[in-house]
Design a protein around this ligand. Structure first.
Ligand code: ZN
Length: 222
C-alpha cells in the first residue's frame, strides 16, 4: 500500500507517559501494522460510501486514529471523534488481534464501525463484575447491534470487493471466549458471547438484506 494511503491513519499522539488501555500499555503502530489495518479498513469505508483512506490522506483534513495495545490477547476497541487532534474516530488493536486470520480481523473492525455508526457510548470492557442486570442488558444490546451491523457490512464488502466473510464475526466471538476472557470467564459473559455468536451465524446465513445506518465522518456529530 502506498505511503499516501497510510498517511490517512494517524498514529495517535499519546499524551503523557505510560498510556494504558485495560491495564495494557498503548504504543504507536509500526508501518507494517498500519498497512495491515488499512488493507481491511479501506474496503469497509468504501462499502459504507465513505472516502477511501487515500482520499482522506489527500484531503489534508481530519485523520483516523490508530494505536496498538501491547498484549498477545485478542481484542479491539474504538473511540469516537475528537477535535484535537482532529480524528474521525480511533481504533485500538491489540498485538494479538493484528495476528488474527484476515477475515476475523476485518470482522472486528467492522464491529467497531458498527459501534461508531450507532453512536454507542464506550463502556468498561469487564462489566460482568459490576454491571447491574439493567446495565448488562444495555451493554449486550449494543454488542448485538454492532454484530448485526458488522455482518451486514461484511456481506456488502464480499459482494462488492470479494473481501471479508460474514462467518468470521461468529468465529471471532467464539475465539474471544477462550482468548480474551480465559478460563475465568463468568457464566453470564460466556452465555452472552455464545448468544452473540449464534445470532451472528443466523444473520450471516439469512438472505435478508439489512439496511445499514449511515456512518458520518465528522468530528462534530459525536
Ligand atoms: Zn463491541
Amino acid at each position: 500500500m502506498r505511503t499516501r494511503t497510510l498517511a490517512a491513519l494517524l498514529a495517535l499522539v499519546l499524551a503523557g507517559c505510560g498510556p494504558t488501555l485495560q491495564g495494557y500499555a498503548v504504543r504507536h503502530p509500526a508501518a507494517d501494522e498500519s498497512r495491515r489495518v488499512a488493507e481491511f479498513l479501506d474496503p469497509l469505508l468504501m462499502a459504507l460510501e465513505l472516502p477511501s483512506l487515500r482520499a482522506i490522506a489527500l484531503a489534508k483534513d481530519c485523520k483516523i486514529g490508530f494505536a496498538i495495545v501491547r498484549t498477545d490477547r485478542v481484542n479491539v476497541w474504538s473511540s469516537p471523534a475528537t477535535t484535537s487532534p482532529c480524528l474521525y474516530f480511533t481504533l485500538f488493536l491489540t498485538e494479538g488481534a493484528l495476528r488474527m486470520p484476515a477475515d476475523q480481523l476485518m470482522a472486528t473492525i467492522a464491529h467497531e464501525l458498527g459501534h461508531l455508526a450507532l453512536h454507542h457510548t464506550p463502556g468498561p470492557d469487564t462489566p460482568q463484575l459490576t454491571a447491574s442486570p439493567e446495565q448488562w442488558q444495555g451493554i449486550q444490546g449494543q454488542e448485538l447491534a454492532a454484530d448485526r451491523f458488522a455482518v451486514a457490512l461484511l456481506k456488502r464488502t464480499q459482494s462488492l470487493y470479494r473481501v471479508g466473510a460474514c462467518e468470521a464475526m461468529a468465529e471471532f466471538l467464539r475465539r474471544s471466549v477462550s482468548d480474551w476472557y480465559g478460563p475465568g470467564i463468568s457464566a453470564r459473559m460466556h452465555a452472552a458471547v455464545t448468544q452473540r455468536a449464534d445470532a451472528a451465524d443466523a444473520a450471516c446465513a439469512s438472505s435478508e438484506v439489512t439496511a445499514l445506518p449511515r456512518l458520518t465522518l465528522n468530528t462534530r456529530v459525536q
